[in-house]
Design a protein around this ligand. Sequence first.
Ligand code: HEC
Ligand code: HEC
Length: 372
Amino acid sequence: MKRAVPIVGLVWLAVIGVHASPAQNPPPAPAGRMAEQVFQNVQVLKGIPADEFLDTMGMFASALLFDCVSCHAKEIISDPKAFQVATPRVQRARQMVVMMNTINTQFFGGQPRVTCFTCHGGGNRPKTEPNLDLQYGEPADDPYAMAFVPSLYAPPVDQVFAKYLASVGGADQLATFTSFAATGTYAGYETEQMEVPAEVYVRAPNQMATIAKTPAGLNVRVFDGRVGWRFQPDTPLPLIELSGGNLTGAAIEAMMWFPATIQRAFAQWQVGVSAIGGRDVVAVQGTNPGQPPVRLYFDEESGRLLRLVHWRPTAVGAVPTRIDFADYRALGGIQVPFQWTRTWTNNQVVVQLNEIRPNAPIDASRFARPAI
Ligand code: HEC
Ligand code: HEC
């Protein structure tokens, strides 16, 4: 597994550790605003939503194992405006975007077949000589590749979901569970891995809010069933409306809490086999027309959901988000993961719940656009 995240995370720390007062931050991106409308010096990645633009930065960092300051001016550490400075590496990266687009247009019919990762593969100098260890070593499954490899030996999808539902309490018990309010802790790069207080709210069929009290202020990720936002103070763009794969990803992350609804939320499923941390798992990939897929990994033995992966296609290739579920505990007849780790190109956070109040009343404002 690639260890890109810690490096990228350091990066973010540097940016977030900034002691800029909220007044110094640029205004939030109102719904539907394009990157060039909220940032100062966008030249090649125009016409994409602001959240997608930041995901392209995540792709850059992940593909080259760079942090933000590897390309950007070191002044970004104290001044988010310094992101607009055209350093030699920013200029080089702009040329690379143009080169990549040219390759895809001329040789792959405009499909995004070649991305930054295709060549860089986790390094700033793409490799040139073949690797004999790869040629003769064990073939490894890549959980971050959107292309799915179905298996002839995998059980039928209905059986996988039936086993999953049974493993977490059964359809009847699950049907009595329609919301929860929970308290616990949150740890990520912006908290320097320190656990800070967190609250989580979930309501069927697919609303979810995660709120962490970080040293810089409240950090919020919310999906109201239709629209979603993330608010994180001391970042180049504190309030961002989610779009594309970030929005469909937020929906599926919320839906996960209601296991009986997942299977019918996708038009088509494929089934494969794999392993996570030495455990055999069954992998299923769900697709809806015109949307990026979602992949779920179930423990072959217990049937429980261990991992969820979804993707956000960007102008420079798709970037994955992975959620690993753990610490399943009994909660009034059903089994619920009290811990999850969310990993993406910009951060890795661990949420640990201590107390869950099932079917607690939740004010609608919990799922609304974060007020800043
Ligand atoms: C591989 C080099 C590279 C890395 C690493 C990188 N960037 Fe960038 N960044 C760029 C380029 C190139 C642009 C200009 C894009 C354009 O002109 O369309 C840019 C532009 C930006 C802008 C817009 C600035 C403005 O006002 O115009 C922001 C914000 C930004 N980057 C944030 C980040 C963050 C946050 C990270 C770390 C997660 C990061 N970048 C990592 C190359 C990089
Ligand atoms: C077709 C292959 C290919 C693709 C696609 C590609 N690169 Fe590169 N990139 C290279 C090569 C080759 C170099 C030169 C490395 C060297 O100097 O040895 C390079 C160098 C760079 C450098 C300079 C690194 C340094 O150490 O200063 C940056 C920055 C960069 N690429 C960013 C990107 C970004 C961002 C993307 C995606 C938009 C991208 N590249 C896509 C092949 C590629």
